[in-house]
Design a protein around this ligand. Structure first.
Ligand code: S3P
Length: 172
């Protein structure tokens, strides 16, 4: 297929809770590529959790580290990379991703996002706030930017496997 001859890494972007890490891991297994979660790499590089990085260096410091880690992951060669929801909002990070990777916007209804973020702690932007309110505001600001990705895949409430199939078919 055309996809097998495209040497670029595959980068998943989209909102918190959409399932970038879970779907990315399954997509990678499905097509036989390594998977890397950028947030995990950032935490590992900093020797701190994401909330600790935000607390110590602020969101700006986090975005800086995020940009450097994503640049390194993209350089390293062919793989599937899940990025944190805000990565693509950074001008430099976005330019790098669009230029060097196959970018896929994973999208889902607000209800799906709200349900999925409730399953995991450790998201500083949601800390002490109503997740539906924050996710509504962030989606409004971010969706027009996410829409710059050449591919958009909508993930429903159903099994992640159907989303993975959808991505594989879309990439051809
Ligand atoms: C963020 C999303 C998080 C993480 C950080 C900031 C965001 O990743 O990078 O908490 O700005 O949307 P997930 O999208 O994996 O939750």
């Amino acid at each position: 297929s055309a996809q097998e001859h495209d040497e670029r890494p595959i980068v998943l972007i989209g909102m918190m809770g959409v399932g970038k890490s879970t779907i990315g891991r399954r997509l990678a297994a499905h097509i036989g590529l390594p998977f890397v979660d950028a947030d995990e790499e950032i935490a590992h590089a900093a020797g701190m959790t994401i909330p600790e990085i935000f607390a110590r260096y602020g969101e700006e410091g986090f975005r800086d580290g995020e940009r450097r880690v994503i640049a390194r992951l993209i350089e390293e060669g062919r793989k599937v990379i899940a990025t944190g929801g805000g990565a693509f909002m950074n001008d430099q990070t976005r330019a790098l991703i669009l230029e060097r990777a196959i970018t896929i916007w994973l999208d889902a209804d607000l209800d799906v996002l709200v349900e999925r973020v409730s399953r995991r702690e450790g998201r500083p932007l949601l800390e002490g706030k109503d997740p539906r309110t924050v996710l509504t505001e962030l989606s409004a600001a971010r969706n027009p930017v996410y829409a710059l990705a050449p591919y958009r895949i909508t993930s429903g409430n159903g099994p992640h496997e159907s989303t993975v199939e959808n991505i594989v078919e879309t990439l051809g």
